[in-house]
Design a protein around this ligand. Structure first.
Ligand SMILES: NC(=O)c1ccc[n+]([C@@H]2O[C@H](COP(=O)([O-])OP(=O)(O)OC[C@H]3O[C@@H](n4cnc5c(N)ncnc54)[C@H](OP(=O)(O)O)[C@@H]3O)[C@@H](O)[C@H]2O)c1
Length: 281
């Protein structure tokens, strides 16, 4: 390329930059004028990164909501019972970009209704976090509680699948296009070295298989599907275990958020631990 070409290239780039800047300014002025006239800022949210989190009332989901709100993202924090989710309410009071929505992942009609209310609104990261353990006492061989198996599967595996199916268009229309699910090392069949937690483990293995299928399904649509695991984390989920066995929730979320940021389409379908290592299936 000779200097003449370079010079012409620079001029074009300058022109493009200036045009883009004027266009952005025009949009902003238009928005402000519209708002002044009492018209809602229709697409203001489109300019922002949006994350939707399930099970944001406490534990890991709450910490994710805090983390992403701290990035000034638009956070759609969902939980079963917003009225009693005091920590989440307090977080909402500090962040105007945090929206609280009721959502029980067992309620498929409710999931569809929420997806319909957010129709045409891009969701950059759909974060399936809600989960239950099912209680140790219900998963002891010889005294297995089979009703608990259905419940654990419905919350931990079927619920996230339904959420992904309902919100696929929102994610597809976004900039980051990520569907991330919090799984567990307990779902790793390759890591099993003793019998325990029949239901919980099976639900997370099923969840992993569902998400791997989904990764193949959505790759050509540019949607990244990823699985992360927090490791043993100090939340209500692990109540009763000695604290020294558990990591602070903030550390677990720091690690998972880093891996979520790192996920790209070439990594779709991977299951990553807190160090970014691939967890065996
Ligand atoms: N903590 C760990 O060491 C650990 C390890 C591996 C994986 N995980 C996974 O991490 C995720 C979060 O766990 P956590 O430690 O934060 O547990 P947690 O403190 O017990 O919180 C669980 C969250 O899930 C919500 N939830 C339960 N059933 C739901 C339903 N039907 N619909 C919507 N939300 C529901 C709870 O809401 P309510 O407040 O309404 O009950 C709560 O917000 C789970 O998927 C869990 O399997 C945790």
């Amino acid at each position: 390329m000779d200097r003449g070409d370079e010079g012409t290239g620079m001029d074009r780039r300058e022109l493009i930059r200036s045009t883009a800047a004027f266009a952005a300014m025009g949009t902003l002025v238009g928005r402000i004028a519209a708002a002044a006239e009492g018209e809602p800022l229709q697409n203001a949210a489109d300019q922002q990164t949006t994350v939707l989190i399930t099970g944001a009332s406490r534990g890991i989901g709450l910490e994710f909501a805090r983390r992403y709100a701290g990035r000034n993202w638009r956070v759609i924090a969902t939980c079963r019972n917003p009225a009693s989710a005091e920590a989440l309410q307090a977080l909402k009071a500090q962040h105007e970009n945090l929206i609280l929505e009721p959502l029980d992942v067992l309620d498929h009609a409710g999931i569809d209704a929420l997806a319909a209310r957010y129709a045409n609104q891009p969701i950059d990261i759909l974060l399936n976090n809600a989960g239950i353990g099912g209680g140790m006492e219900n998963q002891l061989f010889g005294r297995l509680n089979y009703a608990t198996f259905n419940e654990v599967m419905a919350v931990n595996a079927i619920g996230p699948m339904k959420v992904c199916e309902a919100f696929v268009k929102h994610v597809e229309a976004s900039r980051l296009r990520k569907m991330i699910t919090v799984s567990s090392n307990q779902g790793s069949i390759g890591s099993v070295d003793a019998a325990r937690l029949y239901w919980y483990r099976s639900s997370k293995s099923a969840l992993n298989m569902l998400m791997v299928n989904l990764a193949f399904q959505l790759k050509s649509r540019g949607v990244i599907v990823g699985l992360v695991t927090p490791g043993m984390t100090d939340t209500d989920f692990m109540k009763g275990l000695p604290k020294k066995m558990l990591r602070p929730v903030a550390d677990a979320v720091t690690d998972m958020a880093r891996e979520i940021d790192r996920f790209d389409l070439s990594m779709t379908g991977q299951f990553l631990d807190t160090k970014g290592q691939i967890v065996p299936w």
